[in-house]
Design a protein around this ligand. Structure first.
Ligand code: FAD
Length: 835
């Protein structure tokens, strides 16, 4: 029997070695197009990070050693370029000599793996945008780091991107990670990844979640092309880097199979049966290039992981050698290190269940990794998904200790077809340094069983009924340190005495820190005939959901957490340092104002309006994305005497906590009787009728007004066009005035750019760009200015010259006056601008 194997790493090398063990007499040839076989691709990021110091440790087998041990004809730098099924041959190109030749087979195993996806973005194919996939890739990346690269951008937040980012950071680089989803590690549900993103930030990685890369450019000067790259994001942020790593996903290397007409699935993976046999009985396929049954959803799915590739290689080899072997499918069990955290999962996520319309139940628990009294115990947060029959559909766990063990135990139970009820009774090793008498896996099984048996009725933060009475059963201090808005505190120890404080006509949603005291309270209440429920995972789960980076509904995750705790938002933005993290999360404010997406002067105008509704001493928590807001709010508070209690910047947001002071109100009243404060009064002469100049005038006017200045705008000559109505009334005019009226733009909407108008195209483009950036339109700015009390005066003389009448101007114009009037205004002003 002659067996040919294409691909010599995880699946291929494993198949080759097994085939030899099964059949000593078989002729086995393994073609590998690269230079290396059987290398440890999973270790590549850690050699870049110098965690695995010796490069040679990654080269598990050399071709010579492999050949000596297995008597397999290993041919590196040999690429199979075609499968000729009828002749049962493969066409091979020898990259040493560039010759091609045919090689016959009885059985063929394809283990061609996958390749990193190159996105269709400008610059995405730049040779210096590097993947980390092979040993040569790793050598290039490592030499860049060794050559003192200082800044790196990692594109993609899957496990490879996360590992690469961590290792580059460990080497001291300034690392930014860009991910288009609102979370890292999409194999987990978003709330479970929240502590992971946070720990990445805490370790100094600049996180750009929910951001796409729009282009990668190499800055050019007159003489040289830079060795740096600029990564431009969809919000126009530019990240400059010495090293750009691309890790946005993989695509199967299945073109050989496709060209040979083997059956493939929707995403191009080779279809195989449980023997790893393709649609051609003499051809098998394994690893990243195939799709196999998803053991939970019963659909076909690719699982690009090393474990399945190795096991499938063994099964394919057995069958190729005439022995029956079966691979049932995959659970997608995985584990990943994220600095001092570990995240793992097995089975499917809630997102997937939701997307596939599969009914499920879920619980969150947060037990200790081992006995709490033994040093080093830490919280393991576990989410378990199961159905009404007790089938385990998925587990996810994150924490600093003991995560991998709980994932592996549960994955084993899932593969064995065990139910959640059986997890409760699993006999697991226990001693204080390693576990608890009730291991977290037992505990998950017990809670899930309680749910199924109706001994506890759980609610989740996204399905608490509006009418529910929210009961916090923690201690006073815990409550004071933060609680869900509207919650009522009755510590568990006082509950029995205070039953009369509780409503009997509506559901009671009980929560505690992690769910245990909540369950005890729920049991007490239920036995006193209250309609009580326990909120799964309590305050700890609430914080994971509240702190998520973004709205996950567009990610297929049903999410609408209960109202914000402690008056802050449920979409907390994550600062980069511990210090900042604590303070933003604990800010107490009467009201919250989210002006994300608004551009200057919108945010300041909104702040002023909102503060008007607050009482003196009350605080406003503002979140803005406009970079200018950071300085604006400082100056605005300074000029209005409101107190800027705190201001913090996260990677793309500015958080400000402003306390209303009495000073602005007093000032406003004082204005009536006292002379206007010269410093606090501004006069703008709008002479130009160019769109950009008039925009600038109104942006300034709004900014000054929002800062408490009295603003007067004097419109003369071409500037008057900004005040013309869109629809001109019929007015009697002489010939010249009619001509003027006809030739001049009618109103703010029709003004043209001072430069690059290009027959209207330039102005249109400018308006389009401004709309995309959420900059107010000129008519909006005019109306904002008006509502802020900006005074509009039309120049009498210029109106005369241009044959304009009052009825042609907006109602917003306060007066038509001459230059003398304006001189008076200008004299009283601290600032006078001519535009
Ligand atoms: P591969 O191991 O990629 O081997 C395919 C081989 O086929 C390649 O060497 C290729 O050159 C060769 N080939 C392709 N076409 C031809 C052709 N026409 N002719 C000849 N040769 C050809 N998985 C985990 O489970 N845990 C991890 O921690 C983990 N970490 C990873 C970290 C990195 C940086 C990377 C890149 C991957 C990681 N993986 C991890 C994924 C895991 O390595 C893959 O799932 C696994 O290697 C797939 O095995 P495979 O045999 O299908 O493909």
């Amino acid at each position: 029997m002659k067996l040919i194997i294409v691909g010599g790493v995880a699946g291929g090398a494993s198949a080759a070695a097994r085939a030899r063990r099964m059949d000593e007499s078989a002729e086995i040839v393994m073609f590998e197009r690269g230079e290396f076989i059987s290398f440890a691709n999973c270790g590549l990021p850690y050699h870049v990070g110098n965690v695995i110091q010796e490069r040679s440790s990654l080269l598990v087998m050399t071709p010579a050693k492999f050949k000596a041990r297995t008597n397999i004809d290993v041919r590196v730098k040999h690429e199979v370029i075609a499968i000729n099924r009828e002749q049962k041959t493969v066409t091979v190109r020898d990259h040493h000599s560039d010759q091609t030749f045919e090689e016959g087979y009885d059985k063929l195993i394809l283990a061609t793996g996958s390749s990193p996806v190159v996105p269709p973005i400008p610059g995405g194919d730049d040779p210096d945008v590097l993947p980390l996939w092979t040993i040569p890739d790793m050598d290039r990346v490592k030499s860049r780091v060794d050559e003192n690269a200082e800044r790196a951008v990692v594109i993609g937040g899957g496990f490879i991107g996360v590992e690469v980012a961590e290792n580059l950071r460990e080497r001291g680089l300034d690392v930014s990670l860009v991910e288009m989803l609102p979370q890292v590690l999409p194999n987990l549900d978003p709330e479970m990844t929240q502590p992971l993103s946070e720990t990445m930030r805490d370790n100094g990685i600049n996180m750009y979640l929910k951001r796409k890369v729009s282009s990668i450019k190499r800055p050019e000067t007159n003489t040289t092309v830079s060795s740096q790259l600029n990564v431009v994001l969809d919000n126009d942020t530019t990240l400059t880097a010495d090293l750009v790593m691309m890790a946005i996903g993989v695509r199967p290397n299945s073109s050989l199979a496709v060209e040979a007409d083997l059956e493939t699935g929707e995403q191009g993976h080779i279809s195989v049966d449980e023997k790893m046999q393709t649609s051609d009985p003499d051809i098998f396929a394994v690893g990243d290039v195939v799709e196999t049954p998803d053991l939970v959803c019963n659909s076909k799915t690719p699982t690009p992981l090393a474990g399945p590739a190795n096991r499938q290689g063994r099964v394919a080899a057995d069958n190729a050698c005439g022995r029956e072997a079966v691979h049932e499918g995959t659970l997608g069990t995985s584990v990943v290190k994220v600095f001092d955290w570990t995240a793992g999962n097995s089975g499917v996520t809630e997102k997937t269940l939701h997307q596939n319309g599969i009914e499920y139940r879920k619980i969150y628990i947060h037990p200790k990794s081992h006995a709490g009294y033994y040093p080093g115990a830490d919280m393991v947060s576990i989410k378990m998904l199961f159905n009404d029959h007790g089938d385990i559909l998925g587990i996810q766990a994150v924490g600093r200790d003991g995560v991998d063990k709980r994932i592996d135990v549960t994955a084993t139970a899932m593969k064995a077809g065990m139910k959640v009820q059986e997890l409760a009774d699993l006999e697991l090793g226990y001693a204080p340094p390693y576990g608890s008498a009730k291991d977290p896996v037992n505990f998950a099984g017990m809670v899930a069983t309680n749910v199924l048996e109706g001994k506890t009725r759980v609610l989740h933060w996204n399905n608490i009924p509006d009418e529910a009475y929210l009961l916090d059963v923690r201690e006073n201090d815990e409550f004071d340190a933060g609680h869900v808005e509207g919650a009522n505190l009755i510590p568990l120890g006082e509950l029995r005495e205070r039953l009369t404080d509780l409503p009997t006509d509506r559901p009671i949603a009980v929560y505690c820190r992690i769910g245990l005291r909540g369950y005890l309270a729920e049991r007490i209440l239920q036995q006193h005939n209250f309609d009580a429920y326990n909120v799964s995972g309590g305050w700890t789960t609430y914080q994971m959901i509240r702190n998520m980076d973004a709205d996950f509904s567009d990610n297929g995750f049903p999410h609408s957490p209960a109202s914000p705790a402690d008056g802050s938002n449920n979409k907390k933005d994550h600062p980069n340092t511990d210090n900042e993290k604590q303070s933003v999360g604990t800010w107490q404010a009467k009201q919250k104002l989210d002006v994300t997406g608004m551009s200057c002067p919108g945010p300041i105008v909104q702040v002023r309006k909102t503060l008007e509704e607050l009482q003196i001493g009350e605080r406003l928590y503002v979140i803005a994305s406009d970079p200018g807001f950071s300085k604006d709010i400082e100056s605005w508070c300074e000029s209005t005497s409101h107190k800027l209690v705190d201001k913090q910047q996260t990677q793309d947001k500015i958080h400000a906590l402003v306390e209303k002071s009495s000073a602005p109100a007093e000032t406003a009243e004082a204005e009536v009787s006292q002379p206007v404060n010269k410093q606090n009064s501004v006069a703008l002469i709008v002479f130009s009728g160019d769109f950009d100049r008039v925009m600038a005038a109104f942006i300034l006017a709004n900014g000054f007004a929002a800062a408490g200045s009295k603003v007067s705008m004097f419109f003369t000559f071409w500037g008057l066009n900004a005040l013309r109505k869109d629809q001109q009334p019929a007015v009697k005019k002489d010939f010249l005035s009619r001509m003027f009226g006809f030739m001049m733009p009618r109103g703010a909407r029709r003004l043209a750019l001072s430069k690059m108008h290009m027959m209207g195209m330039g102005t249109k483009m400018m308006k389009h760009v401004m709309a995309n950036k959420n900059i107010s339109t000129l008519p909006d700015l005019i109306s904002d200015a008006k509502s802020q009390g900006v005074e509009f005066t039309a120049c009498d003389m210029a109106m005369n010259v241009m044959g304009m009448q009052r009825s042609e101007l907006l109602e917003d114009v306060d007066s038509v006056a001459g230059v003398a009037d304006f001189v008076g205004t200008a004299q009283k002003s601290g600032t006078t601008l001519f535009i």
